[in-house]
Design a protein. Structure first.
Length: 330
């Protein structure tokens, strides 16, 4: 049996971390139309459909920035505005402030299990080792082994969410008493600075923040995707059921645009150059980021396995059928 500590137990929870997101779950309320009815939502005289998409500007979501910059969305009849997300993503999606958001699959599964009408549209990234994701420490911290984290604090972006789940399971696999580790919530963009400044003992970081921290001597202490979690689906793009039903052509155009962008990034191997256009990474630091391979379709079987494990472990209120929550390509 593997216990997450503080009452979280059962070996099945190991599968939950398959969702551990390498991005911050966030959203910005903002304003914007809900898309209207039929296929006319947000359409102007040009016949294009306007969409506001809440996204966290990290490496995982390069294809959406690429599709915007390279005119792929425009070619497919979409006028996409990419908006940095804040701390709440489901309410602005349901209200129509956003037409789509990047979201951890953990959040998606938890929300749909509670009856929130959401639909999975497109994948973000899958977990892989050696992608500069995990628990980082500074040499000055005196922490030289994972076991040393007992009695220390680890910065995460949200309580009881992906970074914490991922950390807890990985720490337990490493033989750490998780109940002796304190998780300190900080905004995603400030965690690396807090680590470097010694305000926290350790931090769960993801690119580009981990790359910036490494440039200041931070070291990766624990990689959660180095073993059994490799290849697990982490996050993707989600829309409300209402928008999907009212705007099938726009949804299809969004999926096609994203697939084209992902394929071009995979083929050209240009991600390291492109990441400097939407993050604060310099070309020198960008050369050190992971060479991502962006998926072009949601792996239903793997995502269903995660959903089943979440329900079994008590992280979702009930089991959901992933196949019923996807949007057909027709």
């Amino acid at each position: 049996m593997v216990a997450l500590g503080k009452g979280r137990s059962r070996a099945a929870v190991l599968g939950v971390v398959a969702l551990a997101c390498t991005v911050g779950l966030s959203a910005c309320g903002g304003s914007g139309g809900s898309g209207g009815s039929g296929d006319s939502g947000g359409s102007g005289e040009s016949g294009t459909t306007a969409m506001k998409v809440g996204v966290t500007p990290v490496g995982d979501f390069a294809p959406i920035y690429y599709a915007k910059e390279k005119g792929i969305f425009a070619k497919n009849g979409l006028d996409v505005t990419i908006d940095p997300k804040g701390a709440s993503e489901v309410p602005p999606l349901i209200s129509g402030s956003y037409q789509a958001v990047s979201m951890a699959w953990a959040t998606f599964i938890q929300a749909t299990a509670q009856g929130v009408p959401l639909r999975a549209i497109f994948p973000g990234i899958n977990g892989a080792a050696d992608t500069q994701t995990g628990i980082y420490v500074m040499p000055s911290s005196g922490i030289s082994s994972v076991k040393d984290l007992e009695g220390k604090n680890v910065a995460i972006n949200q309580p009881k969410a992906n970074f914490e789940l991922n950390s807890r399971v990985a720490l337990q696999e490493a033989g750490v008493d998780v109940d002796k580790v304190q998780f300190q919530v900080l905004p995603l963009a400030t965690m690396a600075d807090a680590l470097v400044a010694g305000k926290v003992d350790a931090a769960y970081l993801v690119p580009p923040f981990s790359v910036q921290a490494e440039d200041k001597k931070a070291k990766l202490l624990l990689d959660p995707y180095a073993g059994r979690l490799a290849g697990s689906p982490i996050a993707g793009y989600v829309m409300s059921e209402a928008f999907v039903k009212q705007n099938p052509k726009a949804v299809a155009a969004f999926k096609a645009s994203m697939a084209e962008a992902a394929e071009q990034l995979n083929t050209s191997k240009s991600y390291r150059d492109f990441v400097t256009t939407y993050t604060k990474l310099t070309p020198e630091l960008a050369a050190k980021v992971p060479a991502y391979e962006f998926p072009t379709a949601i792996d239903v079987e793997k995502l269903q396995a995660v959903a089943d494990l979440m329900a079994e472990a008590g992280f979702a209120t009930k089991k959901v059928d992933i196949s019923q929550l996807l949007v057909d390509d027709k």
